[in-house]
Design a protein around this ligand. Sequence first.
Ligand code: FES
Length: 113
Amino acid sequence: MATIIFQFEDTKIPTKTVTGDFTDTSILEVTEEADVHLNHNCGGVCACSTCHIYVEKGENFLEEISDKEEDFIDRATNPRLESRLACQCIILEDDAVVTVTIPDQSRIIGHEH
Ligand code: FES
């Protein structure tokens, strides 16, 4: 059983912990299942930067970052060392524990899911 902890830059949204069988699932797919709002303009194919998140803990449980993903992260708002694109963060292990911060979505132009 994997555990994903969602923290939010928008302090009005409380932290949300989601558990489930998420192996081979992306963090973006977990947000959809858990009803966490995260934009994803390109539909999850690593062709935009609207699903930008910060992986605070548990990066080692996720598929490694690709050059293409790094290129798109450079175009995101406030990229940091822990930046990833949620659609590219595939959870690799059954017992993964990952903490992510969702940027303030009101500053990102994109479709709601
Ligand atoms: S949804 Fe476009 S890169 Fe993730």
